[in-house]
Design a protein around this ligand. Sequence first.
Ligand SMILES: Cc1cc2nc3c(=O)[nH]c(=O)nc-3n(C[C@H](O)[C@H](O)[C@H](O)COP(=O)(O)O)c2cc1C
Length: 174
Amino acid sequence: MLELIRTRRVIRSMTDKPVKRAHLEKVLEAGRWAPCGGNHRLLRFVAIQNPVTLRLMRKVSPGMSQRPAAAIVLCIDWDQVKVHKIPAHDRAISIDVGTAMENMMLAAHSIKLGSGPVTSFSKEALRVVLNIPQNLSPEVIICIGHAAPKDQMIMIPKKKVTWQSLTDWERYAG
Ligand SMILES: Cc1cc2nc3c(=O)[nH]c(=O)nc-3n(C[C@H](O)[C@H](O)[C@H](O)COP(=O)(O)O)c2cc1C
């Protein structure tokens, strides 16, 4: 598991090789098993493999530069937020998006698929393309596909980041 966590990288360039439906299902299953606040399951997933739909999605998602063979859109179901009487500003709601996203990206990596999250898209236009109703808000697109042999456009941090550089023990030391 640690090795998978360490070696997963965001893939920003993909081949046009199709993603098997069974593989996409594995990734979706990993999203289902992500931890979520109160076990409320506020998320809905829209999985896309149709090339025409993917092309339309790209038209409204400037961040979707990798031309993926598949994608999963993670949406918050605001009706469920109300049903469970969760305040709209409760940070667990967006944390849920993050846990599902990471589970899915790690699952993709474990079956040798590349993935990359995209947050730069028009929510309203994506709603139209994917028939997403008003009670759902699309939060992130996870692009999924086979990494191009010469990927990478890695965003290099200005300073080297290690777990030690991120951690203080017992009390924050500044
Ligand atoms: C909430 C969130 C939003 C992101 N949005 C984008 C995005 O729109 N486009 C993109 O190329 N990468 C996006 N990323 C990926 C980050 O840039 C990437 O995780 C970071 O540079 C570290 O690279 P690594 O995951 O390969 O280690 C996003 C990551 C997160 C967690």
